[in-house]
Design a protein around this ligand. Structure first.
Ligand code: CTP
Length: 400
């Protein structure tokens, strides 16, 4: 197979230096990369760096090698165009179809998937102009990654950081793997919960479970690659933030419930992949519970947690909102799954067989996707990303 041809656009922000690491990841994994920096980007990282790292001259000028029509050819020949960092100005130009330099010309001529990784100050990102441009681009099928939250230039912190190059690379790899397949979640907002809740007994102890969060993170990353805006409600997962996903951290079931009800207000679909504790200690000791010689420890009294999935299914925040649950079963997997689907009132239930090292903490999974409309899809044992895509296939088909 020929090396995938990637155009790496770099616009003029300080995060341009991080694009060097992204470029290195592409070239080291066998991609053929043409770097198209804007004039402003060259103030941050010079042409020599791009040429040395990509092994080809950087394309900077519309008026260079005019006989090769670079403003058209570069975009036409690409398998993927990724712009990192994408400034507010670049997003505005892309949204409005302006083409006043080589990079914006390339964006207009590209017929392949386009991934934009914005980086800017929080105020610029939150400005209605930028938000409307992002919404326009997403509606058209451009994958616009959510910026990360953290330290910005100077002393500021907030949303607007370029996601880690390793995560942008992963997002691009997924988009490339989908090839010309449709961005069938473009313009959609999806909410995914991941990980396992922790129910505290005292400041140092909690009741938890073995969920690693890998399946939920795979769902979030694959939805982003299919063009969705993704909110990931992460309960105690120790995994890197997938690029382009809004991560909301929670710990207990009650926190997850509050975050879920808020996040689903404008969501098209919600997938509850988190392992939510069914019970929590009735009492929380504000000081550490100490052992006392000769005295038996007090029993732990548990109370029921609300069933978030059942609540979300019963009170759809929007008409037509799809609700997806997960079920971990050890016996009578399909029969128990059908009964649970009916009990919880959701549209789809992903039934996993667990126990004896299956599913928890592993990179692979096998499952059956059961639908309230009678559908049933077996997903053979494979990477959690494959199961995630099967779930989104079922969701996309039903969103219409
Ligand atoms: N779930 C939830 N809130 C809870 C418990 C579970 O939203 N308090 C969700 C999980 O995120 C998952 C689904 O419900 O999507 C199934 O969870 P599971 O623990 O398998 O089901 P239970 O209702 O606990 O059934 P059982 O006790 O029979 O296993």
């Amino acid at each position: 197979m020929n090396a995938p041809r990637v155009v790496l656009g770099v616009s003029g922000g300080i995060a341009a230096y991080k694009a060097c690491e992204l470029l290195r990841r592409f070239t080291e994994s066998g991609h053929q990369v043409t770097v198209v920096p804007t004039e402003a980007a060259l103030h941050f990282v010079g042409e020599a760096t791009w040429a040395a790292l990509s092994g080809r001259p950087a394309a900077t000028e519309t008026w260079e090698s005019v006989h090769e029509v670079p403003h058209v050819r570069i975009g036409q020949n690409a398998d993927l165009v990724v712009v990192a960092p994408a400034t507010a100005d670049l997003l505005a130009k892309a949204a409005h179809g302006l083409a006043d330099d080589l990079l914006t010309n390339t964006l207009l001529t590209a017929r392949c998937p386009v991934v934009l990784a914005p980086a800017m100050h929080t105020e610029m990102w939150e400005h209605p102009a930028t938000q409307e441009n992002v919404a326009t681009l997403r509606r058209r099928g451009t994958v616009v990654l959510e910026p990360a939250v953290g330290r910005l230039t100077g002393k500021d912190t907030g949303k607007g950081r370029l996601p880690e190059p390793s995560e942008i690379f992963e997002a691009c790899r997924r988009v490339l793997a989908r090839g010309a397949a449709e961005q069938d979640l473009a313009g959609r907002h999806v909410v995914v919960s991941a990980g396992g809740t922790r129910e505290p007994l005292d400041p140092v102890r909690f009741l938890g479970n073995r969920s690693s969060g890998k399946q939920g993170y795979a769902l979030a990353a694959t939805a982003a690659a299919r063009g969705a805006r993704v909110t990931l409600l992460s309960a105690n997962a120790e995994l890197p933030d997938p690029a382009g996903v809004d991560v909301v951290r929670v710990s207990t079931a009650l926190q997850l419930r509050e975050a879920a009800h808020k996040a689903v207000l404008d969501a098209d679909a919600v997938v509850m992949a988190a392992a939510v504790a069914d019970f929590r200690p009735a009492e929380y000791a504000t000081g550490k519970i100490k052992k006392v010689e000769g005295v038996d420890p007090a029993p732990v009294v548990l109370v029921r947690n609300p069933d978030i999935l059942a609540e979300l299914s019963a009170e759809r925040a929007r008409p037509g909102q799809l609700v997806v649950g997960f079920a971990a079963e050890t016996d009578d997997v399909l029969a128990n799954g059908r009964a649970k689907l009916a009990r919880k009132g959701c549209d789809l239930l992903v039934v996993n067989e667990v126990g004896d090292g299956k599913a928890f903490g592993q990179d692979t999974n096998a499952a059956t996707v059961l639908a309230a409309d009678g559908g049933e899809t077996q997903v053979p044992h494979g990477p959690k990303e494959v199961l995630a895509d099967a779930v989104w296939d079922a969701v996309a088909a039903r969103l219409g």
